[in-house]
Design a protein around this ligand. Structure first.
Ligand code: ADP
Ligand code: MG
Length: 158
């Protein structure tokens, strides 16, 4: 399924609806160029997880590699952009939260493929124009679960 969002707010809203369907231990990988909207999407996921982001907003974890947000379902937000290689992710114990009681969201997660569970939820965000993005849930068991629920909610468009 591909959604077309026409503003950062629409991307956050879509991600919020997806975030509300996530469960602890889900791992979400964000695939897309710089400025595609990966961090913007994670902001919406946090809202969907019921996290209060007023005190601790979701921002790019590029320099810290990981940012933690507490809430009903905690969020561990990673950015693998600055890693030299996947081993470095292992060295900083980057995989520690995989399978923990929280949702893991990883920007540039395709760079650390070997750390990802087989049922990773992959979200691809592509530039369409300055304010529009095409957002696709790539095929997968957990992705289909989410897609089906969005469809049942008759919620397949933004
Ligand atoms: N439809 C859209 N969805 C998401 N971001 C958008 C959209 N249109 C414009 N933008 C802009 O694109 C940029 C996305 O930035 P960010 O989320 O940090 O990207 P990334 O984490 O992929 O590098 C922001 O400046 C945002 O305002
Ligand atoms: Mg980012």
């Amino acid at each position: 399924m591909t959604w077309l969002t026409k503003s950062p707010a629409e991307t956050r809203h879509l991600a919020q609806r997806i975030g509300a369907l996530l469960q602890p231990e889900d791992v979400v990988v964000l695939i897309g160029d710089l400025g595609a909207g990966k961090t913007t999407f994670v902001q919406g996921l946090a809202l969907g997880l019921g996290i209060d982001t007023t005190q601790n907003p979701v921002t790019s974890p590029t320099y810290q590699i990981m940012r933690h947000h507490n809430g009903p379902i905690p969020l561990f937000h990673y950015d693998a952009y600055r890693l030299e290689n996947a081993e470095e992710f292992g060295d900083i114990e980057g995989g520690d939260h995989m399978g923990a009681r929280g949702v893991v969201a990883i920007e540039w997660g395709e760079r650390i493929e070997e750390f990802l569970p087989t049922d990773t939820i992959r979200v691809e965000i592509r530039h369409v124009d300055q304010e529009s993005r095409a957002i696709t849930l790539q095929p997968g068991e957990r992705s289909s679960r989410i897609q089906t629920r969005l469809e049942l909610l008759n919620d397949s468009s933004v």
